[in-house]
Structures are given as C-alpha cells and as structure tokens.
Design a protein around this ligand. Structure first.
Ligand SMILES: Cc1cc2nc3c(=O)[nH]c(=O)nc-3n(C[C@H](O)[C@H](O)[C@H](O)COP(=O)(O)OP(=O)(O)OC[C@H]3O[C@@H](n4cnc5c(N)ncnc54)[C@H](O)[C@@H]3O)c2cc1C
Ligand code: SF4
Length: 507
C-alpha cells in the first residue's frame, strides 16, 4: 500500500479501506486535552499533523443521555477502570476525539504559581515559568470560552452549597468553566448534548483543522513503535469498528516526530510495552486528586439532577483540599450510595429531590500510584497516604458543616456503612480522623505524573521540552508529564503543556 500524505479533515473507519498508511511531519497518539492543544500549536506554524484517536469523533447531537451509552462509547474500559492498593478507587477516563474533555465537568483553574515554581526549582523544568504559562492560560481562557454561569443556570444544588459556605464565612465562588453555552442540564459526564461545553474537539482542534494541515483519524488504536538507530521511524496499530471495537484493519504512520498524548495511563503503557524506556520513573509517581463525596437532605426541594454539573467550590487550598459540588443522574446516585442495598438506600433514593451533593478533593501529598503493564492491559495501583486520608476526612467534615449551615436535616458522607449524621455536633465523632482508609468510598478522575518532566534524565521520563529522554524524535504532551499533582482540576494545565510541547516541536 503506498504511503499517503496526511489528508486534512475528519476521518473515520469507513474511509480507511482496511489498510491505512499515512505520512506527516508529526504524528500524535491520542486526541485529548494535550494532543489537540499541541496539534493547534504545530498547525499554526505550518506543520502537517496526523492525529490518531482510538475512540470516535462525535457531534454533540449524537450523544445519548444515558449511562449505558456513555460508558460504552465515551469511557476507557467502559467506565470500569479502577486502582487497587490499600484502597479501591474508580479512575474513569475519556475516550474519543476530545479525550476526557468530552466527559469532564468543564471546570477551569490555572495551575497555582507555587506548583509551577516547584516544578521549575525542584524538578529542573526550565521551560515552566510563570510568565510563559500565564500567557498560555490567557490564550486557553479565550479559546475555550471560559465563563461563569448565572445563578439561574447553576440551580439549587450549587446555590445551597454557596449559601452554607457564605454563612460559615468560607472563601468560595461559582467556578469558571469552559462551557459558554451551558444550559445546566447536569449531565456533562455523558457528553454535552447541547454543544454548550467547549470540549477541546470543539475549540483547539477546530482551530487546528482550519489551517488545512491537520488530519484527525478516529477509530485508530496505536499499539506499536518501530525504531532504527535511536529514532522512532513509524507507529502501527489497528482500525477499530466504532460500535463493536472489532479490529477492521491496520494503520501505519511515518513521521519526522511522534507525540504521545494518550493520557497518564495510555502513554506510560505505550512506552513500557514497546520497551522504549525503563520503568525507573515511567508508570510511577501516579497522582490522582483522590475525592470523596457526600449527600445532604434539605428541608426543601433541590432537584440535584438539574443545574451545572459542578458549579461551586470552596477554596481550602491552604489546608490541602478543595470542596466542590457535583451532580450525577439518578441511576448514578443509586449506584454510588454508601448505604447497604435495601430499605435505607431506597429511603434516600425516594427523597432524591430533596438531596444536595458535594465532595472534597485533595492534593496528593503522601499518596502515590503506579501503572504497570500486563498482557491484559494496564494494571493500576495506588496507595493512599495517612496525611491525604486525614485531609479527605477533614474535607468531608467541612462539607457536612457547610450543608448543616445551609439548613440540612441529615448528612450522609460516603463512609461505607457509616450511617447518617443528624446534627453538626456529631460530625467529628462520626468522621474520626483515625478511620481506616478502606472506610471511605473514593473516586478520582485526574490521573497525572506517570511520565514526569525533569531536567535530569535520571529523575524523569521527558525533558523540559517534552522529549522522551534518550529519543530525539519522540515526545509526550499530556497530564502524565506533570511532576506532581496540582491541587486544582487539571485540564487547563494539560492544554498548556500541549501548547508548550507543540511550540517546541515546531521550533
Ligand atoms: C469524568 C471526568 C471529569 C473531569 N472533570 C474535569 C473538570 O471539570 N476540569 C478539569 O480541569 N479536569 C477535569 N477532568 C480531567 C481532565 O479532563 C483531564 O485531566 C485531561 O483531559 C487530561 O488530558 P490528557 O491529554 O492527558 O488525556 P485525555 O484527555 O484523557 O486524552 C487521551 C486520549 O488518548 C486516547 N488514547 C489512549 N490510548 C490510545 C492509543 N493507544 N491510540 C489512540 N488513542 C489513544 C484516549 O482514547 C483519549 O481520547 C475530568 C476527567 C474525567 C474523566
Ligand atoms: S451542564 Fe449540560 S449543557 Fe452544561 S456543559 Fe454540562 S452537559 Fe453541557
């Protein structure tokens, strides 16, 4: 089969005829936050870019508003991805052109300056300066249309928490989000059906496609790297059936530079399974922002399924955690109940319209995980440290205080089998800081750190320009390159890394 130069535009499996061979200046694996931002930075400098994504390229009108559809099509491992260790924690990730931004809540934070300084000073990331990242954040803010939704769109789940926080004098606000057309339907995690969310496939990728030098190849899973004399020469993989994921054919890509943006689980798995690097650092240092949720019963109707999915936050950064509201659909509230299946759970579910929900997210300080490869795919482990566990419990306590200040009549923290708190004075007894970590029902959706950037080859996987140490034409741009967790939601910082690495490739 002859090699074809990258064909600009959107492509999907029916176009490929069973065998696809493409040549581009740069080939990118993974069309998420990092990959699409990098594509935009390189396309504006005139490079030809072929972007390969194992999932589909969706239009908002194609999203179906249900968990069965979303888990099958938009989530890694159909939503079953989790980490084992001293705790068991769900670790969902996105799949499809747009990556995790397809299913995220659109929350936008700039990376705190202290974290950028730490990466530069402690990890030798000389490219990570406040000035450079400040300029990236400004550009990102504009490109992804960051705004704050009105109280009318936020609706009561967010407003109740705001009122409680204000009564306690806590520092909080509605969150900035990349969802300029949000109508508050509350199902960001199923793909935004209105197009109100500016996921990266609808922002940076559209900019990149408009240059006429970028081709997006959906339904292509890249698995293999071929090398010669210290350089990667081509990548190869499979064309997938978009419904069944059956293998329909083969894909090969030749390029001058290869960029891995397959996310903090996919990128180290690719590097390790192709034996491109050793496992001294690759796959290690996994951090995730562990999170724990809670429900509160209010004396009035909240209808938590309405409104911005995650709209309000309380800033407890100094204490090592943030409180953020969240909402899910009724079937997910049921699935996530910490109470034993039976009468008690059904009582809470029968009261769903009176419930409000929020949780605490911690900055991993003494926790760490690891991605290892097995014949069946990545094996992900995570050890929750004692300090982080305590901060999660402190966050849960604070969440309870906020709900009671807002008028809650009952508080149900996600402590497995732990029961209900009826009075604010009982919170501390109920949520002792000595509880075993296994008592907490945990969740995380911000994997980071598994291919960390460092100025020293012996301390990391990529150099300060995203180049894999030891490989001239292989780079990484996704959340795996962060040398630590951020303490705030990571999509904006991931996009900034994409811009940085894309600019460096373009020269
Ligand atoms: C449910 C959820 C909610 C979130 N909410 C927020 C939020 O509100 N705000 C925020 O800042 N962050 C949020 N995040 C996190 C944020 O979306 C991610 O940190 C960010 O998208 C990471 O970007 P990335 O480029 O590293 O990976 P991703 O965006 O996950 O992209 C990786 C892509 O690579 C593809 N891929 C993997 N392997 C291969 C392969 N071998 N071949 C081809 N393609 C491959 C995947 O299918 C995926 O599309 C959320 C995440 C989740 C899962
Ligand atoms: S709440 Fe609804 S409209 Fe708003 S961004 Fe999420 S899915 Fe889109």
């Amino acid at each position: 089969m002859p090699v074809r130069d990258v064909k600009p535009g959107r492509h999907a499996s029916p176009d490929y005829g069973g065998e696809l061979v493409v040549h581009a200046d740069v080939a990118i694996v993974g069309a998420g936050a990092g990959g699409c931002a990098a594509a935009a930075a390189m396309a504006e400098k005139g490079l030809t870019v072929a972007l390969f994504e194992e999932g589909r390229h969706w239009r908002p009108s194609e999203f179906r508003q249900g968990s069965a559809f979303a888990l099958k099509h938009l989530y890694q491992d159909r939503g079953m991805r989790s980490m084992r260790g001293n705790v068991l924690m769900a670790l969902p990730g996105g799949r499809g052109v747009g990556g995790s931004t397809l299913i995220n809540s659109a929350i936008c934070f700039r990376c705190p300056d202290e974290i950028l300084d730490q990466w530069r000073e402690q990890h030798g990331c000389s490219t990570v300066t406040r000035e450079r990242f400040g300029a990236y954040f400004d550009r990102i803010w504009e490109t992804i249309g960051v705004t704050v939704q009105s109280a009318e769109v936020q609706r009561l789940n967010n407003i109740v928490f705001k009122e409680g926080a204000e009564r306690l004098g806590l520092q909080g606000s509605f969150m900035a989000r990349s969802a300029p057309g949000c109508v508050g339907c509350g199902i960001c995690q199923y793909g935004c059906p209105t197009g109100g969310k500016a996921s990266i496939d609808r922002t940076f990728l559209v900019e990149a496609l408009a240059t006429g030098t970028v081709g997006v190849y959906a339904d292509c899973r890249i698995r293999e790297a071929r090398t010669r004399a210290g350089r990667v020469t081509e990548l190869a993989g499979q064309i997938l059936h978009p419904e069944t994921q059956a293998v329909l054919g083969t894909v090969t890509v030749r390029a001058d530079t290869f960029l891995l943006s397959a996310g903090p689980i996919g990128t180290p798995s690719f590097l390790l399974s192709n034996r491109l690097v050793d496992d001294d650092h690759c796959g290690r240092h996994l951090v995730v922002h562990p999170t724990v949720g809670a429900l509160a019963r209010m004396p009035f109707e909240v209808r938590p399924w309405h409104g911005v999915t995650q709209g309000y936050y309380v800033d407890m950064w100094e204490q090592g955690y943030l409180l953020q509201t969240y909402t899910v659909t009724p079937d997910q509230y049921f699935a996530l109940m910490p109470t034993p299946v039976g009468e008690e759970t059904m009582r809470w579910m029968a009261d769903l319209r009176h419930l409000a929900s929020a949780g605490a997210l911690v900055h991993d300080e003494d926790s760490e995980g690891r991605v290892q490869i097995t014949p069946l795919g990545p094996d992900i482990s995570y050890h929750l440290g004692e300090g982080d566990k305590r901060r999660l419990i402190e966050g849960l306590r604070k969440t309870g205080e906020v709900f009671f200040a807002a008028g809650a009549t009952a508080f149900l923290p996600f402590r497995i089998g732990g029961g209900v708190v009826h009075r604010p004075d009982d919170i501390a007894d109920h949520l002792s800081l000595d509880l075993p970590a296994t008592d907490l029902q945990l969740y995380a959706s911000h994997p980071m750190g598994t291919c960390r950037m460092s100025g020293r080859a012996e301390d990391g996987v990529v150099d300060p320009e995203g180049r894999v140490w030891g490989w001239d034409n292989l780079r990484v741009a996704d959340a795996s390159v962060f040398p630590s967790s951020l303490g705030v939601n990571p999509q904006v910082t991931t996009m900034a890394m994409g811009l940085l690495v894309g600019e460096r490739i373009a020269g």
